[in-house]
Every structure is written in C-alpha cells, then in structure tokens.
Design a protein around this ligand. Structure first.
Ligand SMILES: NC(=O)c1ccc[n+]([C@@H]2O[C@H](COP(=O)([O-])OP(=O)(O)OC[C@H]3O[C@@H](n4cnc5c(N)ncnc54)[C@H](OP(=O)(O)O)[C@@H]3O)[C@@H](O)[C@H]2O)c1
Length: 304
C-alpha cells in the first residue's frame, strides 16, 4: 500500500520554486499571465514581484524554450519543477488553458475491470496531480470516477488552493452521499443535461444544465459555462471516457499521460478514440518527457 503524506519535506529551494510557480499561476488565473520577457524576485517575506531583469532571481521568456533562466544554480528537482509547470503558467494560452491527465499501465489501463485505480501510478505522480489541481481553477471528472473512487479532489498533498470540483453526471445518477457533495472543502458543481435540474441534485450543489449533442453533453458549452463563473484554467482529471471526449472535441491544449511499469490486463481503458485508416491521420503531438519516480510522464502539446 502506498503511503501518501503531505509534502512537508520540501527543500528550501523547492519551497521557493513552488511559491513562484503558484504566484505565476495566480496571475494566469486572473487573466494576466506573463507574456513578455520579465524578471521576478522575492521580497524577502516569500512574496514574488516583478523586478528589473538584472536583479531578477528568475527571468521568464514565454517565447523561448525553456521559458526560464535562473540567476542561481538550480538543483535537479527545482529545474524539473520549473520545466514541468512554468509552461502551464506563462504565455498566451495560460489565461485559458485546458489540460487532461491520465495515469495508465504499460498496457494502457487506468483501473481494473472492477474500477480499482488506487494507485495505478506511484506517489510522485499522485503529488503531480495535486500540483495540477493547485495550478488550475477547476478539476473536471466523469460520473464513473466519482462512483468508483468517491474522491475529494483537493490539494491536500501540496501547498495550494483547492480547485472548484466539476462532476459530469448527465442524468444525475450519482448518490447525494458522495464525499465531495458533503465535505464543503471546495466549491462543487454538477454538469447535467438540460431539463434535469428539476429533478433536484445534492443540497447546496449548483447544477449546470448543458445541451446535448449526439447524446453527449456539449463540452464547448460546459467550458463556456465555467468561463462565465470565472473558471478558465481547467484540469480534466479523468477518467478515460471523459478525457477521450475532450480530446475528440479538440478542446484539450495539453495532455499528460503518466505511464507506470505495471501490466493490469483487461481493465478500464485510458484514452479511446475512433480509429484512423492511415498513420499520417493519427494525432502526433509535440512531446516532452519527465521521470516521476518509477513513472514516465509524457507532456503532449495538442494546441499551438
Ligand atoms: N488512472 C487514472 O488516471 C484515473 C483517473 C480518474 C479515474 N480513474 C478510474 O477510472 C474509472 C472511471 O473512468 P471511466 O473512463 O470509466 O469513466 P469517467 O470518465 O470517470 O466517467 C464517464 C461518465 O461520465 C459521464 N460523462 C463524461 N463526459 C461526458 C459527456 N461529454 N457527455 C455526457 N456524459 C459524460 C458519463 O456518465 P453516464 O455514465 O452517467 O452517462 C460517462 O459514462 C474508475 O475506475 C476510476 O477509478 C483513473
């Protein structure tokens, strides 16, 4: 059994780096992501501010690769934090970004057939998911994930605010006793099909009625409804069915696929898309690779 503990053992440099990344994500959440070459420094009390390039602890340039330059020598763990998360927080797309994540086995499964998925990937990738939650406005999951996992969808393993939790439950089939409907830890919304709200949902949980297209909820309309509520940075956490719908609708800017060296056999598949006839019709995104403990994380860029 993997023990997951809050990250109290961050090294001072990692605390500094994560604080800076969060500050940049807050700017993006406010619609003011860094777009140009800009220097940042801390004011001594842990707050970060723009400073002249020559005095900067970190210089960001969203148009270059990598998008940062540090005044001090970075440890490998801090370099990885910057490489992995800064591209999600700066540049044109960062103000309105949709990212998906799946943690899958070598044979492409995200859970056993019965729905057990804790934990397909290792503790480092679980912390990565909590970091993504902390950097985004909302975390979206499908009804089957809430049914199988009864998740909290909070940032309890890392410093950071909890995102708004959004459950796609078109026919309001989930029990009102699910944890996230009752714990009051973070705002929670349910997306359901039009006409369903009259049926009533869990107490104090707003229902977003969304139109149906080809018997699926329109994800374009869902994202627009979230934008109206000030939620523009969206993290689609799963499961495979939900993420596949987002990919098919071409609404994901980035996809993180964490591959864990286990073979599950027949289970619940990760990404399932309609087939193509020729390989030149396949999606071939630009990819960056990261090692997270035993797992390999593929950061795929789906939009430009
Ligand atoms: N390893 C991982 O990364 C990971 C992450 C999350 C979950 N999981 C595991 O994955 C399993 C659940 O995943 P899953 O792929 O089977 O299901 P899922 O994606 O969690 O939920 C799918 C359901 O959500 C609803 N839904 C999602 N998008 C919709 C849309 N556009 N329109 C209408 N309905 C929509 C539908 O509900 P209805 O069925 O009511 O129509 C659909 O059947 C669980 O076992 C969970 O533990 C693994």
């Amino acid at each position: 059994m993997i023990q997951l503990a809050p990250q109290t053992s961050l090294l001072p440099d990692e605390v500094w780096a994560w604080g800076l990344i969060r500050a940049l994500a807050r700017r993006a959440r406010a619609g003011a992501a860094v777009q140009e070459r800009t220097g940042f420094g801390s004011d001594g009390s842990g707050r970060f501010e723009e400073v002249a390039i020559e005095r900067a602890e970190l210089v960001l340039d969203p148009t270059s690769e990598p998008c940062f330059q540090a005044a001090r020598r970075l440890t490998p763990s801090v370099r990885q934090l910057f490489e992995l998360y800064l591209p999600l927080c700066v540049g044109q797309r960062a103000n309105q970004l949709v990212i998906g994540h799946v943690g899958q086995s070598l044979d492409g499964q995200i859970a056993t057939q019965g729905g057990a998925s804790r934990y397909v990937t290792g503790p480092e990738n679980i912390v990565h998911m909590h970091r993504l939650r902390a950097l985004f406005d909302a975390v979206v999951v499908g009804a089957s994930t809430v049914e199988a996992d009864d998740p909290e969808l909070t940032t309890r393993l890392v410093p950071g605010e909890h995102p708004t939790r959004v459950v796609i439950d078109p026919s309001l089939r989930l029990s009102h006793a699910r944890k996230l409907y009752k714990d009051g830890l973070a705002p929670t919304l349910i997306a359901c099909e039009r006409g369903r709200a009259a049926q009533g949902g869990p107490a104090r949980i707003p229902l977003l009625e969304i139109s149906t297209e080809n018997s699926l909820l329109s994800l374009t309309e869902l994202l627009a409804a979230l934008t109206l509520r000030g939620l523009r940075r969206i993290f689609v956490e799963g499961g495979g069915v939900t993420i596949s719908h987002f990919i098919q609708a071409r609404l994901l800017d980035r996809l993180h696929v964490a591959v864990c060296p286990i073979l599950i056999g027949r289970g619940r598949p990760g990404i399932c898309l309609p087939g193509v006839e020729r390989l030149d019709q396949a999606l071939r995104p630009a990819v960056r690779r990261f090692t997270l403990g035993e797992d390999v994380l593929f950061d795929c860029r789906l939009s430009h």
